[in-house]
Write a protein that binds this ligand. Structure first.
Ligand code: ASP
Length: 344
């Protein structure tokens, strides 16, 4: 029997299961996502039924996917589920494969406008069905975080760290601490207690929540390397892509003999294509014009990605083009902090 007090304080969260290692089972072709057995395993975790835990419901995407196949369509599905259920739940947990979790978390951070409830992405490196696994703690802790009313943003919980979703990167294919947030402090560290860092958390907004669906905008990522011949990329930069993330050296530098990039950027912009410059270094920020080797990029009309991750840059471009903004405004907003994704 549930007491009146319990009815009053019990939080209700929605779990959105998209696939990923966390719910995978061994098959003849390697690990593959499974629905029924995962639900059974979840129901067997007694801690998830404990009275200190929030009440929870679960919905699954169809089909369940390895996150290497998750893209704009799935981002839209996840966003729609959250948007439709927004008023009925106090928080949301998205169970997702680790490979592209940082992309999906970044995308949702932009798509869920004026979010005032927690949306927590998690997954695991070892499936829940294995005796030794990291799934169990990631699940239990994420359920608790998703019922915390002080969180008003999309975040990612993994291996004892709560990170801002659009600041996270997957840095290890094997370790149980697989994600880090190189340019922003952890939102919480989990040891004996869950220690939230209040000053790092997003403040609550009083604006009404809304949801922006994304379009399949043609976006490309170009990694600069010694000897790169930029002119080879001209056809796709001019005609195919709307948004290009150029991953440069250090603080935004490209080789001196790569000057053919500058007129390309200029003409690409005249075609309505936005070029955003990020760094191949995960720590630190792009500073266009700090070196001669980056000065031309700025003059040509490239925008600075500052300390944004490439994942966040890609997601932000999808979002801004899907809003239907013109190129000038997209350029301006790429360099504006919208969801705590960059430090100016
Ligand atoms: N390939 C898996 C996925 O991203 C890896 C994982 O979940 O850890 O779905």
């Amino acid at each position: 029997m549930v007491s009146l007090m319990e009815v009053y304080i019990k939080k209700r969260i929605l779990i959105i299961y998209t696939g990923g290692t966390i719910g995978m089972m061994k098959s003849d072709h390697g690990y593959t996502p499974e629905k029924d057995s995962f639900l059974e395993q979840l129901n067997n975790i007694q801690e998830l039924k404990d009275e200190k835990m929030p009440l929870w419901d679960l919905v699954s995407l169809e089909p369940l996917l390895d996150s290497s196949s998750v893209s704009v369509d799935e981002w839209n599905k996840i966003g729609e589920i959250i948007s439709n259920a927004y008023e009925s739940y106090d928080g949301f947990v998205v169970l997702h494969g680790t490979d592209t979790m940082a992309y999906t978390a970044s995308a949702l951070s932009f798509m869920l406008e004026n979010l005032s409830k927690p949306v927590v992405f998690t997954g695991s490196q070892i499936p829940l069905c294995e005796i030794r696994n990291d799934a169990r703690d990631n699940l239990i802790t994420s359920f608790l975080i998703a019922s915390n009313e002080n969180i008003h943003e999309v975040c990612l919980y993994f291996g004892g760290k709560l990170l801002r979703g659009n600041r996270a990167i997957k840095f290890s294919a094997n370790d149980l601490i697989a994600f880090m947030s190189p340019n922003y402090p952890t939102l919480a560290d989990v040891g004996i207690d869950i220690r939230y860092h209040r000053s790092a958390l997003m403040k609550e907004t009083d604006q009404p929540f809304s949801f922006q669906k994304l379009q399949r905008v043609p976006i490309g990522v170009l990694k600069v390397f010694p000897g790169i011949q930029f002119d080879l990329f001209e056809p796709i930069m001019m005609n195919a892509l709307k948004g290009i993330v150029v991953e440069t050296f250090g603080a935004g530098n490209i080789p001196q003999d790569g000057k053919e990039l500058f007129p390309l950027i200029k003409r690409a912009f005249e075609h309505g294509t936005i070029v955003t410059v990020t760094s191949q270094c995960s720590h630190g920020s792009v500073i266009l014009g700090a070196y001669e080797a980056s000065n031309g990029l700025k003059e040509a009309g490239a925008v600075s990605g500052y300390d944004m991750t490439s994942e966040a840059c890609v997601a932000k471009m999808y979002y801004l083009f899907s809003k239907g903004y013109d190129s000038e405004l997209i350029k301006e907003l790429m360099e504006t902090n919208l969801r705590g994704e960059l430090t100016l």
